[in-house]
Ligand binder design. Structure first.
Ligand code: SAM
Length: 179
């Protein structure tokens, strides 16, 4: 299964940290990349830097035209999950989405917003999903969605070509640095 995050409504300066965290959570929890509907090269650089050290091949593409990306994604058979507090409760739809995810070459786009999300997204989405119907955060919503979708398996992912790797310990800190 391929999972790509589409981040909408990123405001330069104000959302830098949040969008970076959306990307980092996506990377750490099983997505293969993030499309950013804003031309913020700083975000791209900082996530690439993390990937360079910590491995994997997470991509970040900035300045995307989200309408075109969504259309292309759907034409190619991909499914769209929009995370919104107005949607159906994740517990009521996750089995259906997991069934979809089991199909050969399944592709899931996860859309998260910042400010008000355009109505077209609600229409284009195959699922509008609420991680509870209370307002909270795109970072938390994304993390929980990815975890529910993959049932925790993403937490054991091994990241290829890492320069640094943590040796898990009950106490203290140990890292391996590649020579
Ligand atoms: N007022 C905005 C709206 O009309 O959608 C929500 C802003 S919220 C700070 C930013 C993003 O966090 C949303 O676009 C959504 O992706 C995510 N989000 C916040 N609460 C959520 C929830 N309960 N379930 C799913 N996603 C949520």
């Amino acid at each position: 299964m391929e999972i790509v995050v589409l981040r909408l409504g990123h405001r330069l300066e104000r959302d830098k940290r949040i969008t970076t965290h959306v990307g980092l959570v996506g990377r750490a929890l099983g997505a293969s990349g993030m499309l950013l509907a804003s031309d913020d090269k700083g975000i791209e650089r900082s996530i690439k830097e993390v990937t360079k050290w910590w491995g994997g091949d997470f991509f970040v593409q900035t300045g995307v035209k989200w309408r075109e990306e969504l259309k292309k994604w759907k034409q190619e058979g991909g499914k769209v999950c929009h995370l919104t507090m107005y949607g159906e409760n994740i517990l009521d739809v996750i089995d259906e989405i997991r069934e979809e995810a089991k199909k050969e070459k399944a592709r899931i786009m996860v859309v998260v917003g910042a400010e008000k999300v355009p109505y077209d997204i609600f229409d284009a989405a195959d699922w509008n999903i609420a991680v509870g119907n209370q307002p909270h955060s795109e970072i938390a919503a994304l993390a929980l969605f990815l975890d529910y979708l993959q049932q925790g398996e993403e937490l054991k992912t091994k990241f290829e070509h890492a320069e640094i790797e943590i040796v898990p310990k009950r106490k203290g800190k140990e890292v391996k640095i590649r020579e």
